[in-house]
Design a protein around this ligand. Structure first.
Ligand SMILES: [Zn+2]
Length: 354
């Protein structure tokens, strides 16, 4: 089992001890869990190129709470340095996705699911102001919805008005990959870039947001909770929906396995969240996610260290703002969009120097 894990996480051999440890503990407590992974191939030496579609490991197959409390010893982690050459050797292909979405109003053509290379930092520290909008529900909330659900819900008509206002104001939607390439290597950005993100992966994102984005040739990033999709919860996306959105030019990234807080947790738990969600998305889409949106906005330095060691590139917070630094990619600020956010208010927020 450890060899199999090692194959998946060959980028940081030091972490495999923790990984194997979690598997052993989780394996003892799994009841009726049916991992979808087929027989895993035998272990391969590190540095060997991984196949494009990786079978789900045990990380991705277990359900329920991991029993980290049983840990008697804390495994020693040797964190991988950021974007080492060795880490890049493990990536399957080298074809990056287009830097910018096609500005055509026609529906975006299917974009092939390919892995992306980490933009190697060129040593220049950059600061850039790019608003990253944060949406949740994209529907009219039910009449009996509590104030939280109300606040997190943007009706489709209002979202359409938001998109039209962004276009009228001259904004271009970009991906977090574009932002990362700019921060790390100075890759050019359009004059008025904006990133649209959705947290939680609600089904209304597919039903309502995706068509409105696609018909305008705009893109967005969807942070999904992988266990919720595996459990086929009706309020959340299905993997078929996620695949269709990805093929339609949307970006699918991690919001953890089960939306548990990532703050104040031990290494086992964080590895389980980081690798479990990453490998599940990679298995389902054939492309590895690189960004984490911290559930409920909760994280600490340990969270960042573990996700960075798992070859995530950056993290989205719920801290309000629009300025990002290449020195701190795991603390991307965002701009919360509320039920009450009018197009005028959105326009004001997008132009704010913060
Ligand atoms: Zn969330």
């Amino acid at each position: 089992m450890r060899d199999n894990v090692g194959k998946h996480v060959g980028w940081a051999k030091g972490i495999t001890a923790a990984a194997g440890f979690v598997l052993l503990v989780a394996g003892c407590t799994a009841v009726g869990a049916a991992p979808r992974a087929s027989a895993l191939p035998s272990a391969t030496p590190s540095g060997v190129v991984l196949p494009t579609s990786t079978p789900r490991s045990q990380f991705a197959g277990q359900q329920g709470e991991v029993v980290t409390e049983r840990a008697v010893t804390t495994p020693t982690l040797r964190l991988a340095p950021t974007q080492t050459a060795g880490a890049r050797l493990l990536l399957p292909t080298t074809t990056p996705r287009p830097l910018l979405p096609t500005p055509s109003p026609a529906p975006s053509p299917a974009v092939a699911a390919t892995a992306t290379l980490a933009p190697t930092p060129d040593g220049t520290t950059r600061t850039v102001r790019v608003p990253i909008l944060m949406y949740h529900y994209l529907s009219t909330p039910p009449a009996d919805a509590d104030i939280y659900r109300q606040d997190l819900s943007v009706p489709p008509e209002r979202f359409a008005a938001h998109l039209d206002r962004m276009l009228a104001d001259g904004y271009t939607t970009i991906s977090l990959y574009d932002l990362q390439a700019h921060l790390m290597q100075g890759a050019p950005l359009p004059e008025k870039p904006v990133v649209i993100t959705f947290d939680d992966g609600y089904r209304d994102n597919y039903e309502n947001a995706f068509p409105l984005l696609r018909e305008r040739g705009m893109t967005a990033t969807f942070f999904v909770v992988t266990d919720f999709i595996d459990e086929e919860r009706p309020a959340y996306l299905t993997w078929d929906m996620v695949r269709e959105m990805h093929a339609g030019g949307m970006f699918i990234e991690s919001h953890g396995r089960n939306h548990a807080s990532l703050k104040g947790r031990d290494a086992d738990f964080l590895v389980w969240q980081a690798l479990g969600s990453l490998e599940t998305i990679e298995h389902e889409l054939g492309v590895r996610p690189r960004f984490i949106s911290y559930p409920a906005g909760e994280f600490d330095q340990h969270t960042i260290d573990i996700f960075q060691s798992a070859n995530y590139w950056a993290g989205a917070t719920t801290v309000q703002g629009a300025t990002h630094s290449s020195a701190d990619p795991f603390r991307l600020t965002r701009v919360r969009v509320r039920n009450t956010t009018t197009p005028d208010e959105l326009s004001r927020l997008l132009a704010l120097e913060w």
